[in-house]
Design a protein around this ligand. Sequence first.
Ligand code: A2P
Length: 257
Amino acid sequence: MATMYTETVTTVRHWTDRLFSFTATRNPGFRFISGQFTMIGLTINGKPLLRAYSVCSAHHEDHLEFFSIKVPNGPLTQHLQKIQVGDELLVGAKPTGTLIQQNLKPGKTLYLLSTGTGLAPFVSIAKDPETYDLYDHIVLAHGCREIAELGYGEEVVNKLYNDEFFGELAREKLLYYPTVTREPFRHNGRLTALFEAGKLEADLGLPALNKETDRVMLCGSPAMLSDLQTMLERRGFAEGSHHERGEYVIEKAFVEK
Ligand code: A2P
């Protein structure tokens, strides 16, 4: 079996000076579960340079999609941010990760909580029809500094709501909650503060977050993960893993330092 596929970039979209997304062809042999990540990269000076990236596309889609930060001197992203349609993209053949349904106990509401590029795995999960079979509601919450950084997530959600086949189910079950911390917006504040105040659930017309009915997936910066993990543990949520299902699962967003 191949350890790496060579794919071709098919679209590139720059959202802000810090964020971009792109799509690429998908080898039919590349299988993954919605929410997993894999190594991707470019050949630089004759050698493969790879980093972990969550796959944004759902497992049933015939292309691959990724959402990336641009780090000016980041070993990979200084090159990756310049990719063009037609360029080669290396894709590792062994996807993995903890943000998968198999690690969670059954529940009624699934909270997908992200900051920045931590949104990526949740795009895949929100696009996956199986998610909608498992839960009454799926909350897609995305915290960013500025409104412009929400652009990719807003477009994904609008496409789902307007999808010819999937739209009705998405409009019924998918609750999108974008929030911004550094300029006025319809929702303001960090996810941590919004939960502590019970505001996020109240704004969505849901009961206060509780471990009996709610399941949570976290993906963001180390500080965000640590604060939300503390909040969940205080409320009695147990972390799930490949060995034992729990009430929440966690993965750091793969930001290059
Ligand atoms: P803030 O603007 O108050 O720092 P970043 O781009 O730095 O990764 O941040 C993305 C978003 O995550 C910002 O809105 C930021 O808010 C927020 N954030 C940063 N630290 C935390 C934390 N510990 N808990 C929740 N949200 C956080």
